[in-house]
Design a binder for this molecule. Structure first.
Ligand code: FA5
Length: 375
């Protein structure tokens, strides 16, 4: 029996040495030492031996088994070591190598402008609000001192919703300006108010300087003893922070139904630096004037009139002191409270930034990557 087991051992040891990998070795181990193995079958003869032989033979059997187990363990360790060594050769990775950079996007230039505008006004205590884009006629017009039959409404070229009217608030419209947020804010909180409302506006207009969907930012400050001087101060603060310290603003008398007095706000042109002229060989940053101005013939010394502005100024938007009727519509006593409001187009304001070459406002919404990637 011992001879038989020794023969099995030698055969197994040879096979162990020949095992090519850990899996083959595991299979071999089951075949050699498992319950159905030749080794285990041979052990069945152990019970038939006389007791005096059984002990010595038993010890020998155990020694053979330990020897085999040790051989399996040692071979397994060897095979694992060489498997890892092979892995290190074939699957090494240099973690210090620079990775492949995924293509990176950036936020749309209008959203960037909205962030910049919000940030500048927040520094002087204005908080951002959002008014509805689809609103009642009352907030878009009527409460702003524009009764339904007033011709001033025509300028807002409004889209009306095909929706039921409300007895008190009239029809629903796509807001043509952010001024619908004025009375809403007066209803929402008691003065002092310093809001900067930014949102989408809609008008039936499309050409080089108009898009049917655009954005406005609406400033509203309501407090006691607010004057035009405060309005100027706030607008200058914004202009200098957004456009640069060399740019100046001016107020031109104008007419809005919801402010009195009313102004159009102009800023010195970023192309000709407020001179209205382009020097020798200089070309305007904007290839065609958004306002449709034409270039003047070149002067004798090559001086050309600025195509964007002609006289050194470009228009930014409207402003004025809040009309008493608007304060009343918002539930405020005009004897006690007063304030100013202004509303500018985000896209147009952004286009006035020095060095930005956007010849046509429609490009902003063209969705053309070649255009968008430049910003
Ligand atoms: C208004 O909308 C007034 N609500 C502004 C205002 C607010 C005045 C508060 C007084 C007090 P206006 O229609 O001029 O005003 O529009 C203001 C600005 O919006 C324009 O100067 C322009 O920058 C922008 N804008 C108007 N229509 C368009 C359009 N179709 N596409 C792009 N920008 C536009």
């Amino acid at each position: 029996m011992i001879e038989q087991l020794e023969a099995i051992k030698n055969k197994t040891l040879t096979a162990v040495a020949d095992a090519s990998d850990v899996a083959a070795l595991a299979e071999l181990e089951i075949a050699a030492l498992g319950r159905k193995s030749e080794f285990m079958s041979a052990l069945k003869g152990l019970g038939a031996l006389p007791p005096e032989e059984r002990k010595a033979v038993g010890e020998r059997v155990n020694a053979i088994k330990r020897e085999l187990e040790t051989a399996f363990a040692a071979r397994r360790a060897d095979l694992q070591t060489s498997a890892f060594a092979a892995l290190a050769e074939t699957e090494w990775l240099d973690v210090t190598m620079p990775g492949t950079k995924p293509p990176e996007g950036h936020i749309h230039l209008v959203n960037q402008a909205i962030r910049d505008i919000t940030e500048i006004f927040s520094r002087i205590g204005f908080y951002r609000v959002r008014a509805p884009e689809v609103d009642w006629d009352w907030y878009a017009f009527e409460s702003l001192n524009m009764p339904s039959d007033h011709p001033a409404r025509d300028e807002w070229e409004t889209f009306f919703m095909d929706a039921p009217e409300n007895d008190k608030q009239g029809k629903m419209v796509l807001t043509p300006h952010t001024s619908n947020g004025q009375v809403r804010e007066m209803e929402r909180r008691k003065p002092p108010i310093r809001m900067i409302g930014i949102g989408k506006c809609y008008r039936r207009q499309i050409d080089v300087s108009h898009v049917p969907m655009f954005h406005q930012f609406e400033g509203l400050m309501i407090d006691k003893n607010v004057s035009v001087t405060h309005l100027r101060g706030v607008l200058d603060y914004f202009a200098q922070n957004y456009f640069g310290p060399d740019r100046k603003t001016r107020l031109r008398p104008f007419h809005f139904r919801f402010t009195e007095p009313s102004f159009e706000v102009d800023i010195t042109c970023g192309v000709c630096h407020g001179t209205g002229k382009l020097g020798d060989g200089a070309k305007p940053a904007v290839s065609e004037s958004a306002e449709g101005h034409e270039s003047a013939p070149s002067g004798s010394r090559g001086v050309e009139r600025c195509r964007l502005c002609k006289d050194g100024w470009v228009e930014l938007g409207g402003a004025g002191m809040v009309h008493p009727n608007v304060l009343k519509a918002g539930g405020l006593d005009p004897e006690e409270w007063g304030g100013f409001a202004f509303g500018w187009g985000v896209e147009r304001t952004m286009m006035m930034r020095t060095g930005l070459r956007i010849p046509d406002i429609r490009e902003i919404y063209s969705g053309d990557f070649r255009f968008l990637k430049q910003f």
